[in-house]
Design a protein around this ligand. Structure first.
Ligand SMILES: C[S@@+](CC[C@H](N)C(=O)[O-])C[C@H]1O[C@@H](n2cnc3c(N)ncnc32)[C@H](O)[C@@H]1O
Length: 621
């Protein structure tokens, strides 16, 4: 005997299965019957199973199918498959699952995989489900396949052939497709066995302390990001100006004092200046400070143009014996001899400019020229030297690069000079945001920032990116000190052990999982979070009560463990005296960040970083 409500649930499951060939999710049952939680859906399923109306599938106590399908076969579970970023292809396990034969067709050999991740949710494939795969090495356009790419990385995606390449399309609008010239197909999905146990976990995790809201309106896909002085120099993981501006407009008002505690090249400071906010910027990388100052100092474009034209004349006349070559290690490894001479002449000519702001502004274009005329791969954040033939042929046109950059920069400055608010100020501090940098307690109206998303060594090496420029433009008394910057940044020095007092359960869980695989990496992560916690405390000190602190942060993957840095920040901040009001998730269409990097520096040892980030909105209590 089952109740009327249980009968309705059973009917719903049967109808759903007839249509989809797999069971509805607990969430779908919850929504259909307006139940209080997924646990209530689970209760109905258990009752129907106990009463014999739903099967308990072999090895999968809560995987359901309606009673009635008869001829059963055992199919091996070969391991896990990523419905997300690809993972090491298919490991062997000895488990099997029993499935009704007529549900998977009589033809072909089959195997099953447990799904990890959420990239196929719009196809009804959830984290923890088991997918039954028919072995085959070809697939039709649009079929959901097990695809192996980059030697041995497996992923579950919809496959499309497009002019000369393959597109592996996630069924989740928040994720990007993967494009490859070659894809190995290892089978197509023929059935999904819903694992209600894991959905119950997911259901519980939906009741987590914090909720992420996906909001596409924050993506700003395809929009211009280099207006005004934003485009005068590259810098890793720069703010999209639109994001900085929207946060400023939402959480502050004209005349307010803003602070960006990890200001980098100063994007939020430029935006503050354009919309009438006063702003402090703090950073521990000297090149960032230099760029931020140049980007936020309005200069009369006519004066700039005059100095620039005079400089072009002067540089031609500088004799080889009048130049000074910077004295840093490996300069001839990173630059060809004739390039060093050209750069040294250009630098001398810039240094002769008396007006400091103009000299610095032209030095920014010089810094870009250093990067582009060095022997490094300019598409990388880390210093990687080009090799072989490419290096031999490498013959950059130093003055050409400088002219192109300067002329583009002058256009940007012309707009900034016109639009920057004359009644606002910007102050830039070289300092460590985990310490007191002299900003008064309770004096800031709003903090808008984008912290690094991990230690510099294994994520974005800000110091390494900046090194050659910093050495050329005399940022350090001893230019060889430029190689020490990354050690000073957040997480720059791993902790000695894994004992800590940070009160974040999310952090503890991530550290536990990472430490099981690699203790050294767990110590890097811990060190970063200890530093970040100190920065949160300083932010709390300088912010006025009831005011907002917005952090744009990515949840990085370490050893295949996704670290929920947004939740960790929320937990740590709430202990310090903030309330987490919102966590908004945005796609990163244009931010200059590596989608993959190699933390181990082993060729081919790629680790996915991220293509989404969270905006954590905190409010001081
Ligand atoms: C994501 S970047 C900021 C980019 C910036 N929003 C922009 O648009 O250019 C993070 C910055 O944090 C800085 N940083 C890392 N550790 C720091 C610390 N302890 N104190 C201050 N700045 C730090 C890095 O040097 C880097 O410039």
């Amino acid at each position: 005997m089952i109740t009327k409500k249980q009968t309705q649930v059973l009917d719903f499951i049967k109808t759903y299965m007839a249509k989809h060939s797999y069971a509805p999710s607990l969430e779908e049952i919850k929504q259909k019957f307006k139940l209080a939680s997924v646990s209530t859906s689970h209760y109905y399923i258990s009752k129907l199973q106990d009463a014999g109306f739903l099967n308990k599938e072999h090895n999968q106590p809560r995987a359901v199918s309606a009673v009635g399908a008869k001829q059963m076969i055992e199919v091996p579970i070969l391991g896990a498959i990523a419905a997300g970023q690809p993972i090491e292809a298919i490991e062997i396990s000895n488990e099997t699952i029993t499935i009704a034969k007529d549900e998977i067709g009589k033809q072909g050999k089959h195997y099953t995989l447990r799904v990890q991740g959420s990239s196929m949710i719009d196809e009804g494939i959830f984290d923890g489900d088991i997918v039954v795969i028919r072995k085959q090495d070809v697939a039709e356009n649009g079929q959901t396949v097990v695809a192996v790419i980059d030697d041995n990385q497996a992923t579950l995606k919809k496959l499309y052939r497009e002019s000369g390449r393959f597109r592996l399309q996630p069924a989740n609008p928040t994720l990007f497709p993967i494009y490859r010239d070659e894809v190995e197909v290892r089978g197509v999905v023929v059935k999904i066995v819903r694992n209600l146990e894991s959905q119950l976990d997911q259901g519980q995790s939906r009741d987590e302390k914090y909720i992420r809201k996906i909001d596409y309106s924050w993506d700003y896909r395809g929009e211009k990001t280099k207006s005004h002085t934003h485009g005068i120099h590259t810098y890793p993981a720069m703010f999209i100006p639109q994001v900085a501006r929207r946060l400023l407009e939402t959480y502050s008002k004209e005349g307010d004092i803003i602070c960006d505690i990890f200001c980098g090249s100063g994007s939020a400071l430029v935006e503050s200046r354009l919309i009438g906010r006063n702003a402090y910027g703090i950073d521990l990388n000297p090149l960032a400070i230099f760029l931020a100052k140049a980007k936020t100092t309005p200069i009369n474009p006519q004066k700039l143009m005059n100095e620039y034209t005079a400089l072009l004349d002067r540089v031609e006349k500088i004799k080889d014996n009048k130049i000074q070559i910077p004295d840093f290690k490996n300069i001839d490894f990173w630059f060809k001899e004739k390039i060093i001479i050209k750069l040294a002449k250009l630098k001398k000519a810039i240094r002769e400019i008396e007006n400091e702001a103009i000299q610095n502004f032209l030095m920014v274009a010089f810094s870009e020229t250093v990067r582009y005329s060095s022997n490094t791969k300019t598409g990388e954040f880390k210093l990687v030297r080009v090799k072989g033939d490419k290096l031999e042929k490498h013959d950059p046109d130093v003055m050409g690069i400088f002219r192109k950059n300067t002329e583009k920069n002058i256009t940007g400055m012309t707009d900034f000079h016109k639009d920057a608010r004359k009644d606002s100020w910007t102050k830039i501090i070289f300092g460590d945001s985990s310490k007191d940098n002299g900003i008064k307690a309770n004096s800031i109206d709003c903090i808008i920032t984008s912290p690094p998303y991990g230690d510099s060594r294994t994520t974005v090496a800000y110091g390494q990116f900046s090194r050659l420029s910093a050495q050329w433009i005399d940022m350090f008394e001893n230019p060889n000190d430029a190689s020490g910057v990354d050690n000073e940044l957040l997480g720059g020095r791993a902790t000695k052990h894994l004992i800590h007092t940070l009160s974040s359960d999310y952090l503890k869980e991530s550290l536990g999982k990472i430490a099981k695989q690699d203790e050294a990496r767990a110590k890097d992560v811990l060190s970063f979070n200890i530093g970040l916690n100190e920065c949160l405390k300083q932010a709390h000190r300088i912010l006025k009560p009831k005011k907002y602190f917005c952090l744009v942060i990515g949840n990085r993957l370490v050893k295949q463990v996704r670290i929920p840095t947004d939740f960790i920040i929320a937990e740590l901040a709430e202990k310090i005296g903030f309330t987490c009001e919102d966590i908004i998730v945005r796609n990163i269409p244009g931010k200059r960040m590596p989608i993959k990097n190699s933390p181990t520096n082993i060729v081919g040892a790629l680790e996915e970083t991220m293509n989404k980030e969270s905006i954590v909105v905190l409010r001081k209590n």
